[in-house]
Design a protein around this ligand. Structure first.
Ligand SMILES: O=C(O)CCC(=O)C(=O)O
Ligand SMILES: [Fe+2]
Length: 210
């Protein structure tokens, strides 16, 4: 048995001493070949980093919810750069220069109501959201109406009434674009869903102003 196998099977024994809960399986394939399977090598809760931030060089740092993510370079993640290129091709004229990756390990992972209205995205941020993995619902809810600076009361009755809630099922490979005053006037969220068992990865491409 070579060194790597020995290390793996020792780890397997360790796991098996855990009341058999980890269900490590060591399969002797014969002829000095074997496979060791540790389904719970890392605890499910913290086996994967939940977020990752990628940005072009020279941009100011991003901070949200008291969290200041380290800015990785596009060269660190060539597949993410490829997706950025695909998004740019699909949306000519767009100028995304950063990306926030969120992973949802299952239906208990969620993003509460918020808007991405940080100053560094400017007054009308364009945000392109690409989803992979488990389908999850994405909700939009209109913010309570407050009178904006310099706004005069309108005398004309509103002709078009728009609904103040929307729901989108974001499927694997989908693209959702938030534009205009969506961040100023709307909240969005991805609520918990008991039935969503599989992992979902969401990428939001944004433009950080210099
Ligand atoms: O996961 C999603 O679809 C949305 C994520 C989001 O709202 C965010 O990263 O700000
Ligand atoms: Fe968001």
């Amino acid at each position: 048995m070579n060194q790597a196998f020995r290390a793996a099977s020792e780890a397997a024994e360790l796991q098996q001493s855990d009341g058999g809960k980890a269900r490590t399986v060591v399969v002797d394939l014969g002829n000095e070949s074997q496979v060791v399977h540790l389904p719970r090598f890392l605890p499910f809760e913290d086996s994967w980093k939940d977020t990752c931030y990628v940005a072009s060089a020279g941009l100011p740092g991003v901070a949200y919810s008291g969290y200041k993510p380290h800015a990785h370079s596009w060269d660190d993640y060539p597949p993410l750069k490829d997706i950025l290129d695909a998004v740019r091709n699909a949306l000519p004229g767009s100028s995304f220069n950063s990306l926030l990756l969120n992973s949802y390990k299952g239906g208990n992972d969620y993003v509460g109501w918020h808007s991405d209205d940080e100053k560094l995205y400017g007054p009308t941020p364009e945000i392109a959201s690409v989803s992979f993995g488990c389908d999850r619902e994405f909700l939009l809810k209109k913010k309570p109406r407050t009178k904006r600076e310099g706004e005069r009361p309108s005398k004309r009755p509103k002709m078009i009434e728009h609904p103040d809630q929307h729901s989108f099922m974001l499927k694997h490979g989908s693209l959702l674009l938030m534009q205009g005053h969506t961040q100023r006037d709307w909240f969005h969220s991805v609520p918990k869903r008991a039935k969503a068992e599989a992992v979902r990865i969401n990428l939001t491409f944004r433009r950080v102003l210099k």
